[in-house]
Design a protein around this ligand. Structure first.
Ligand SMILES: Nc1ncnc2c1ncn2[C@@H]1O[C@H](COP(=O)(O)OP(=O)(O)OP(=O)(O)O)[C@@H](O)[C@H]1O
Ligand SMILES: [Mg+2]
Length: 234
């Protein structure tokens, strides 16, 4: 079984790429050979060349793998991958993703894989992240927003993963907007009180959330201890 993490979001735009990229660069800095994968990426029509999640993850991990290996399926429309694939007439094969993952995992002993959107989005006509994560055999790191609504989204995501026996390594809460209300202050403690899983930490709002040094700095400061514990247990 490979070592690494599958980064699951409680929704789209919660900070999966920020966390996945930051983790990859953090591990690189500790001299780990880390590979990345973004099996599905949607919404390319609204992204400039070089601004995709795939590109960010590869640059943070400092890998030179083929883009087709890191990102086997990409879609122009901003839609759940299974929906975008059906509209584009593309047949998605988990087997192909598995083959590419195996190639990358042979090259890189540590793998960070980023999901697409939230946990139960359709990836094919009949499969979601649940089947993909089981196939790849990685434990999950759940990333959720810090703001109001996150208790429900985070707990539903955790319950769903647990119900099918997928191991969850931890939870990260990410402040995606600058406003701090009483919800942002209360949510970490509430979530920690509702689960025995480890809350790895809370990431603050960042003015430059795509600057590699800013991202890895905050990952080290806020999640460093939890990452070291995870590495030792993996
Ligand atoms: N802590 C933060 N502070 C400020 N901006 C953030 C923070 N985290 C994420 N962002 C910004 O919010 C947006 C969404 O973050 P990100 O791309 O990491 O989400 P995602 O969960 O990977 O989304 P997707 O479902 O599209 O893959 C990006 O523009 C990102 O730079
Ligand atoms: Mg992303």
């Amino acid at each position: 079984m490979s070592r690494g993490l599958f980064i699951v979001g409680t929704d789209t735009d919660v900070g999966k790429t920020l966390v996945a990229g930051g983790l990859a660069r953090f591990l690189r800095r500790q001299n780990y050979n880390v590979g990345v994968m973004k099996p599905f990426e949607s919404g390319l029509a609204r992204r400039k060349e070089g601004e995709t999640d795939t590109h960010f993850l590869m640059s943070m991990a400092e890998v030179k793998d083929a883009c087709e290996e890191v990102n086997p399926y990409r879609f122009q429309e901003s839609l759940a991958p299974g929906v975008a694939a059906a509209r584009a007439g593309i047949e998605v094969s988990f087997k192909e993703i598995g083959k590419k993952f195996e190639i990358l995992a042979k090259r890189h002993p540590w793998m960070i894989v980023e999901g697409a959107g939230g946990l139960i989005v359709p990836l094919t006509s009949h499969e979601t992240h649940l089947e993909l994560i089981k196939m790849l055999g990685l434990p999950v790191l759940v990333v959720g927003r810090l703001s109001l609504g996150t208790i429900n989204h985070t707990m539903l995501t955790i319950h769903c993963l647990k119900s099918v026996g997928i191991p969850v390594a931890g939870i990260v809460l990410n402040q995606t907007s600058p406003e701090v209300t009483v919800a942002e202050e209360a949510n970490p403690q509430v979530i920690q009180s509702m689960t025995s899983l480890s809350l790895w930490g809370v990431l603050p709002y960042l003015k430059d959330s795509r600057d590699p040094d800013v991202v890895v700095g905050v990952i080290q400061e806020r999640l460093g201890d939890a990452i070291y514990r995870f590495i030792q247990s993996a």
